[in-house]
Design a protein around this ligand. Structure first.
Ligand SMILES: C[S@@+](CC[C@H](N)C(=O)[O-])C[C@H]1O[C@@H](n2cnc3c(N)ncnc32)[C@H](O)[C@@H]1O
Length: 301
């Protein structure tokens, strides 16, 4: 089993259906993850067929629930998908949401929507060629918890005030109590985040070594928002479909303990590039992880 350790976390190669069971009960403050979607044209790491997808994913979520602390949360990112050979939307993520609430007794604390302005048009047949569907730039993010009041604090994810709000606060009379000035604007559930990274150490090292980078990474801003919003320093966060380990990297920089699980050894080994001190050690780091049966300490690279 290839894996590596950092100061605050561990990335483990294996099937997360088994690895979730190894987590202590009531220990996880936040599960945040982006599962493989039931795409018509699967990515290189494979996807379940549309028919079997929801039963498959529901099993993972059932295993995650007892691992949550009493105030813990689950955030799952779902991409959009069309039915095979039809310009009709696949409603899998909506069906799954209903099943998570009805069958697993989870509360939908709030749906979030990730607007990615840099997403390529999909499916190109309907969007670019026939021009019968609009560009689809929004993913659904379901925030769920067994608790109606999980840990959450929007003051940790305040945004810059808009020009008009700044003007309003300047002109506001003391008698006007409509809006109180905070340290920033309260966030909305529409998260605009471009997925346009092309210079992170992860990508640079992949290019240097000629390794194909992960094809479905989320932007660091996405886990960053939920980690800040739903957890405190030293809390414990798990991503069960780790990919290039964006989640682990964000947790490490924000002082949270973390674990990520990923089935592909190659993805695990390459994801370690996010943590190495010297990019010239990337090849040695990659080979060491690929050939090791114990967790490799990343601080040596
Ligand atoms: C959408 S990607 C996650 C990308 C990740 N959020 C990132 O930023 O890089 C989903 C990942 O789940 C992995 N995966 C699929 N089934 C798995 C399983 N049973 N156990 C562990 N990982 C799995 C795939 O190999 C793929 O890398």
């Amino acid at each position: 089993m290839s894996s590596y350790k950092t100061m605050l976390g561990e990335c483990i190669c294996g099937d997360s259906k088994e690895l979730i069971k190894s987590l202590e009960n009531s220990s996880v403050d936040l599960f945040i993850t982006s599962p493989p979607y039931p795409l018509i044209n699967p990515k290189e790491y494979g996807n379940k067929s549309q028919e079997e997808y929801n039963d498959w994913l529901l099993e993972f979520i059932g295993l995650m629930i007892p691992k949550l602390t009493p105030t813990g949360s689950i955030v799952i990112d779902f991409g959009t998908s069309y039915l095979k050979n039809k310009p009709s939307y696949n409603i899998y993520s909506f069906e799954l949401l209903v099943r998570m609430v009805k069958e697993l007794n989870l509360n939908l604390c709030q749906p979030f929507y990730w607007y990615n302005p840099s997403r390529l048009p999909y499916p190109s047949m309907y969007v670019c060629r026939r021009k019968i569907r609009a560009k689809d730039n929004v993913n659904n993010l379901w925030w769920l918890s067994p608790n109606e009041n999980p840990k959450a604090d929007t003051t940790k994810v305040l945004k810059k005030y808009s020009k008009s709000m700044k003007k309003y606060f300047k002109k506001k009379s003391p008698a006007d109590t409509t809006f109180q000035k905070n340290k920033g604007a309260l966030p909305s559930n529409l998260l605009e985040m471009a997925n346009a990274d092309n210079k992170s150490q992860y990508l640079q090292a992949c290019r240097k070594l000629g390794i194909k980078y992960h094809p479905a990474r989320f932007p660091t801003a996405l886990p960053e928002f939920f980690v800040k919003f739903l957890t405190d320093e030293n809390d414990f966060i798990v991503d069960i479909f780790g990919g290039s380990n964006t989640t682990g990297y964000v947790c490490e920089t924000l002082g949270r303990r973390w674990k990520t699980f990923e089935m592909s050894r190659e993805y695990v080994a390459a994801s370690a590039f996010r943590f190495i001190r010297d990019i010239n050690n990337a090849q040695l780091c990659y080979d060491t992880i690929m050939n090791s049966n114990i967790a490799v300490d990343i601080s040596q690279f």
